[in-house]
Write a protein that binds this ligand. Sequence first.
Ligand code: ZN
Length: 245
Amino acid sequence: MRTLIVSDIHGNLEALNAVLEDAGSFDAAMCLGDIVGYGAQPNECVATVRDLPKLICLAGNHDLGATGRIDAGLFSSGAGRALMWTRHALRPDSSEFLMQLEPTGSAPHMALVHASPRDPVWEYLEYAQQAAANFVLFEQPACFVGHTHVPRTFEEAVDRSGHGTVRARANMEQIDLFDGIRRIVNPGSVGQPRDGDPRAAYAVVDTESGSFTTRRVAYNVVKAQELILAAGLPSSLASRLSLGM
Ligand code: ZN
């Protein structure tokens, strides 16, 4: 099954539509959370994700915050302001969809979490040492995570003496998920990339062969920025989109 993997869309419909156009046809979809928060089109993004085929969808910290399931006070000031805006903007049907999501899930051969296996809502998985503590918490060959908005792969290797080591690396364009190496993979963010590349990031996995492909796609950043400013959201949320930070 050709499966689309998206994460951290953050109310950016321009980016999401560009990803869907670039991806072409797929049989199933996984969303690793944070459909809303920061961006100006939360309802449109929820409606688009909700309609994806054979969808497995997780809740991210912003989805939980926007529906009142976690306290807005836990977010930084800009994120908190955007969260309050999003709470007011969400239609009842969007809230209802977000309310039934959880931050963890699974698919054959894959664990799925928004942030990390040991803290599915909040941990920013950035370093090999952190990843090492998380590899023991799932059994599948691969775990997909979002939350940092940075595409990154952690690989686990066992040396001859039986010691496990973990290394972090940038995502390769293509990975064979069934090659015997266990991995934690972040496909990056659709709607607010933070690796210095403003293009939307996503991935496609063939669940039979284990072939995993990452993609970047340019979208209409200016339009997304105009909508953020017109909505009265913090201007920093608009400017960061052109920097990819
Ligand atoms: Zn996010």
